[in-house]
Write a protein that binds this ligand. Sequence first.
Ligand SMILES: C[S@@+](CC[C@H](N)C(=O)[O-])C[C@H]1O[C@@H](n2cnc3c(N)ncnc32)[C@H](O)[C@@H]1O
Length: 293
Amino acid sequence: MKVRTNLFIISTQQYVTSESSTLFITFNKQVVMISWGDITQLLFMSADELGWGRLTNKDIMDIGCGDGSRSTKAIIDVFPTVQRVIAMDSDSENISEDLGNTCPSKVFYMKADILDSSTLAGYEGTMFAIFSDFCFNDFDDHETAFRNVYDLLTPGGSAAIRFPLKIPIYDWIKEVYAKWRPGVTPWAPRTQLENLSVHYYRQMFNRLGFTVRRCETCDLHLKIGTYANLKRSLAGCEEWSSVIRPELLFLFNEDAYARSLKYCSVSPAGICSMKVETLLAFLIKPNDQRYKI
Ligand SMILES: C[S@@+](CC[C@H](N)C(=O)[O-])C[C@H]1O[C@@H](n2cnc3c(N)ncnc32)[C@H](O)[C@@H]1O
């Protein structure tokens, strides 16, 4: 039997402008806070290498914008003279009205699925720049997603896309399941289960017709917070309390927590972090439109 765990990575309510931005990992409604490297750094690097300049009077699409408080907000901060930010997400509940109110003339929200070209109708060939951070995580079919990115771009336009390939938390969950729910396989994304190499992605990008400016793996150290937080989150996790006998819950919690130590490192200040391997791709749609598929 295969089950999908209620593990989500969602963006935070507030954007942290200093050295880190914050993410939450939730186990059902229990939240573990994670922070990662500054997104603005990635935007500056994209602008530099892809010739975005300041995006003055240009449009950019933020695919999988979440509630907009992180990536969309960062785009507005880094490119204040941008014409429009099309903040796109497949889940309209994620989209934050607050952000639209803060910058109503620049941010246009759009409910669409990057895996379904019919939801992108009217935007084909219109985007000068596309940005996407931590959205392509769970896709089984990256080729369709990247083909749709290609189709959205205007000739000469470019995309900066980062997504995790390996998140140790899935290995930890697998180990916990093996002990506490033998016979049940927790869901994990395809990137976690298969070793999809940089070479695999580079070939895919070439096949789709992109000029590849950058295609590489890059490690991020996501801060999870204190172990006490992690333990509390596990203890309150409905996912487990509904399947583990109440008298075993304490033991389960101690065991799951102990197993998590293997997948994290702890700073002298007691903050644990997890190394996440991401794929970073800078892709250009050539002006000559050599579309191959
Ligand atoms: C980690 S979250 C938000 C990341 C956001 N870029 C940020 O920096 O905060 C990923 C988002 O991708 C969205 N998403 C997942 N699959 C999608 C798809 N097929 N098309 C568009 N958005 C998608 C989810 O709804 C979620 O809001």
